[in-house]
Design a protein around this ligand. Structure first.
Ligand code: ZN
Length: 290
């Protein structure tokens, strides 16, 4: 009920803004709404459950493909059709696995895992890629090990190529190239939470603190978020950017923020490294004020 009310007021206010300043909307791009911590968490849980279900279904398709290869499962159609059934099951396997991987990655940006243990963090964050291996390696091994009575030479080559290509595509799409952990996300919210607006481009993986940043100045596809109170919780603009897959701070914007005396310690930069304490900023805080 409360949420409904909120959406309605949001829609009205954004419509008002749109009609009042169409020019401005064009210049600054599309506004993206933020989420409270609780909303992030519950959405992440839902996404993870759906991912798990899709992975189970993907493994189911893999098993069906294996049963057809082993001739333990007879599908309709002549013997010639058998290879097509194998390919259909493998493609379905890949589609389910790719969707699951995307949802899993989305969840990992909404509610990132803690990096207390690097190995566990890697497994959890890169589960999309790992599950791609689970969904394709067994069937590839089975095909390679199968005898002539199960698959003739030509079919064996075709199925192997199809499975390897699908494994590579699925694994690559499941891999998170811009992972984020709970602590660095919190650090960015702490250090940069007072920036009223944060900008990013649709396919970009970095966010910007300044509208006139040279990296986005000429881009026609800029989204932005605004720091605002939602359900009694202040949602910083930078959180929304990170929720939408932008994990690193743009290098130009980092430079300008440091010029303004901003402390960036703990913030992930656009090359994936974590900013160290800025010495000039430290000096300022240490310097006697009188
Ligand atoms: Zn920038």
């Amino acid at each position: 009920m409360e949420e409904k009310k909120r959406t309605i007021t949001k829609v009205q206010s954004s419509r008002k803004a749109a009609s009042e300043a169409a020019e401005e909307v064009k210049a600054t791009g599309k506004k993206v709404e933020g989420m409270t911590k609780a909303e992030e968490k519950s959405k992440a849980i839902t996404l993870r459950i759906v991912s798990a279900i899709l992975w189970v279904l993907a493994i189911g398709c893999e098993v069906l493909a294996m049963l057809v290869i082993l001739k333990a499962l007879r599908m309709p159609g002549a013997e010639k059709m058998r290879i097509w059934w194998i390919i259909i099951f493998l493609v379905a396997d890949a589609i389910l696995c790719i969707i699951a991987g995307f949802l899993w990655k989305k969840a990992a940006h909404l509610a990132p895992f803690k990096k207390n243990n690097k190995f566990v963090f890697f497994i959890l964050t890169q589960l999309g890629m790992i599950m791609a291996a689970v969904c394709f390696l067994p069937v590839i091994i089975l095909v390679l090990a199968s005898k002539e009575d199960k698959l003739d030479k030509k079919s064996k080559i075709i199925v192997t190529i199809v499975a390897v290509v699908l494994l590579l595509i699925t694994g690559l799409l499941g891999f998170d190239f811009n992972p984020i952990d709970a602590d660095t996300k919190a650090a960015a919210e702490n250090q940069l939470g007072d920036y009223k607006k944060v900008y990013w481009t649709r396919f970009g993986h970095k966010y910007h603190l300044y509208e006139d940043c040279q990296a986005i100045k000429n881009s026609t596809d800029v989204s932005y978020s605004e720091g605002e109170e939602i359900d009694g919780e202040f949602v910083p603009a930078v959180r929304v950017a990170m929720d939408n897959g932008c994990t690193g701070l743009c290098a130009f914007c980092a430079r300008d923020a440091e010029k303004e005396g901003k402390e960036l310690k703990g913030v992930v930069l656009e090359d994936g490294t974590i900013a160290e304490a800025d010495e000039t900023a430290n000096d300022l805080t240490v310097a006697p004020e009188e």
